[in-house]
Design a protein around this ligand. Structure first.
Ligand code: F6R
Length: 244
């Protein structure tokens, strides 16, 4: 595991965008696994800047997102499809037909998950997977559990996740209770993984992920077993690791 240290969120975002940008330059037709939430917003802004400067070309890039709320349509401004369109895809020359998010409107969970696994397979796997880190150690929406998940699955969101995501909705009641998420197995098959972690509130879980036992109770701890993980974190998020 490489820990890439940044002074603050802005520097973290530039560093993460540099890594993703290098991936696109080295392999213009790469498959990127993408995340939503607050952590990668700055990274996407930096990627857009590099595109506008003429340094990046997304025309051959394909993407698969980690997750989508079950029951939300792509037009819903809280859906992850909407998030990706507004935070990245609308601003670069990517072919939206080559961008994938689980189908939140598919009521048959088994079908939604199998369809998404088939898409990931058809794309030939993920070259670089970008991740954020939940306060409870989740990646994608793979919540703490007794076993690690393999493929795409339908999850009941934990109370702490609903609380953390309430900031994006009018009230906690509006946060969907379920989501479709790529499994830990699929994430672990990505060739390269980049995790963006910012803020003091993530320091405790980041220490557990990096230096604690590997356990499905802390889903991101599985990353310790991956051969190519870069954690791009700011000083606040690294503060408890530094203290050791
Ligand atoms: C989002 C996702 C989640 C978030 C995590 C951290 O697609 O998969 O795992 O990365 O909840 O969220 P933020 O970045 O908002 O703290």
């Amino acid at each position: 595991m490489i820990i890439c240290r940044a002074k603050d969120y802005d520097e973290l975002s530039r560093r993460a965008a540099n890594i993703i940008g290098a991936q696109i330059i080295m392999k213009p037709d790469c498959v990127l696994g993408l995340a939503t939430g607050g952590s990668p917003v700055g990274t996407y802004k930096e990627l857009i800047k590099r595109y506008e400067m003429g340094d990046l070309d997304f025309s051959q890039v394909s993407t698969v997102n980690l997750d989508e709320y079950r029951g939300l349509s792509p037009e819903n401004d809280q859906s992850y499809r909407y998030f990706m369109n507004t935070n990245l895809f609308n601003h670069v020359n990517i072919d939206k037909a080559c961008t994938h998010v689980p189908n939140g409107l598919e009521p048959d969970a088994d079908k939604a998950c199998a369809d998404y696994d088939a898409i990931i397979d058809e794309m030939g796997g993920i070259d670089l997977q970008l991740l954020g880190l939940g306060h409870n150690g989740h990646i994608g929406f793979n919540e703490p559990a007794d076993t690690f998940t393999l493929g795409t699955n339908c999850v009941d969101l934990q109370a702490s996740t609903i609380e953390a995501n309430t900031r994006f909705f009018a009230s906690a009641d509006e946060v969907p209770r379920q989501a479709y998420t790529m499994g830990i197995g699929s994430i672990m098959q990505a060739k390269k993984i980049v995790v963006v972690v910012s803020g003091k509130d993530k320091a405790k879980i980041l220490r557990e992920v990096v230096a604690g036992p590997i356990t499905p109770r802390v889903p991101a701890s599985a990353l310790q077993l991956h051969p190519d993980v870069t954690i791009v974190a700011d000083e606040a998020a690294l503060s408890l690791l530094d203290a050791e």
